[in-house]
Write a protein that binds this ligand. Structure first.
Ligand code: CTP
Ligand SMILES: C[C@](O)(CO)[C@H](O)COP(=O)(O)O
Length: 254
């Protein structure tokens, strides 16, 4: 049977073990000079640890694979040892690659058998609430091969032609109907076999894993994302992340 004509995966039984792969090997160029982005701190705790805790907060997640900066696996292992993490969750650390896609592939390759649902979650989205994680898992359990958390857009979007010179004016060519567009977040959830096939088959540069599954011609579904699952990309995002953590501390009463 060709990859393209495979049926959608059947619904996974409720107890199907879930693993989370956390690509954390990026440099964080858009954040500016400093340590690799995942190792920078929010409220004194590395972003990566926040992201690991966000995945381990789901009782369904029994294994977290952290994909560390290529020369930073030992440092990441020490960080995991130094921070309190749920005992019910196992942790693995593997070195990452040159691109996000390569890092996810290396994380997937390290997964032991038996975890038939896989989440892929950016270390750069440290504050995703557990309800969003569980909603993604539930949609995979219900039989979706690939699930993305997504939000409607707050801005009008324009399609442009590239400027003749960097920083120059860009001719606008279209205004897509934004009611049909979504901003996509992580964790993205997958039937493991589907995700592995996507990473074996698709070699184009892509910015997320779900688009690889789309390229296989398989159905990808979106579930509601969350504002707090935003990606820490630029310096202002650090300010927002600290503010979200401060509000959570206030709400938790400590
Ligand atoms: N070679 C890479 C590149 C990115 N990532 C991870 O992919 C996620 C999303 O990427 P992004 O926010 O773009 O992070 P960076 O690549 O670090 O950022 P930048 O593009 O600004 O350098 C991050 O958790 C990042 O660590 C990775 O594991 N391996
Ligand atoms: C995976 C992702 O976070 C979904 O929005 C996003 O595509 C990562 O993109 P980046 O360019 O690597 O930040």
């Amino acid at each position: 049977m060709s990859d393209e004509s495979r049926p959608s995966p059947a619904a996974a039984p409720p107890g199907t073990p879930v693993a989370a792969v956390i690509p954390a090997a990026g440099r964080g160029v858009r954040l500016g000079p400093g340590a690799p982005k995942a190792l920078r701190t929010l409220n004194g705790t590395p972003m990566l640890i926040h992201a690991v805790r966000a995945m381990a907060a789901s009782r369904a997640v029994s294994l977290v694979v952290v994909v560390a900066p290529p020369d930073g696996a030992a440092e990441v292992k020490s960080l995991l040892d130094a921070h309190a993490l749920p005992e019910r969750t196992d942790f693995l650390v593997v070195p990452g690659g040159e691109s996000r896609q390569e890092s996810v592939r290396l994380g997937l390759a390290a997964l032991p058998p038996g975890h038939d649902i896989v989440l892929v979650h950016d270390a750069a989205r440290p504050l995703v609430p557990v309800d969003t994680v569980d909603a993604v898992i539930e949609a995979v359990r219900d039989g979706a091969g690939a699930v993305v958390p997504a939000l409607p857009l707050a801005d009008t979007v324009k399609q442009v032609e590239p400027a003749a010179a960097p920083g120059g004016a860009e001719p606008v060519v279209a205004t897509p109907d934004r009611s049909l567009l979504r901003a996509v977040q992580t964790p993205q959830g997958f039937d493991r076999a589907t995700l592995e096939r996507a990473h074996r088959t698709v070699t184009d540069d892509v910015t997320d894993d779900a688009s690889m599954v789309e390229q296989l011609g398989e159905r990808v579904v979106a579930v509601p994302g969350h504002e707090e699952a935003f990606k820490v990309t630029r310096p202002l995002d650090l300010v927002l992340a600290e503010a979200v953590l401060a509000r959570r501390r206030l709400n938790d009463g400590f």
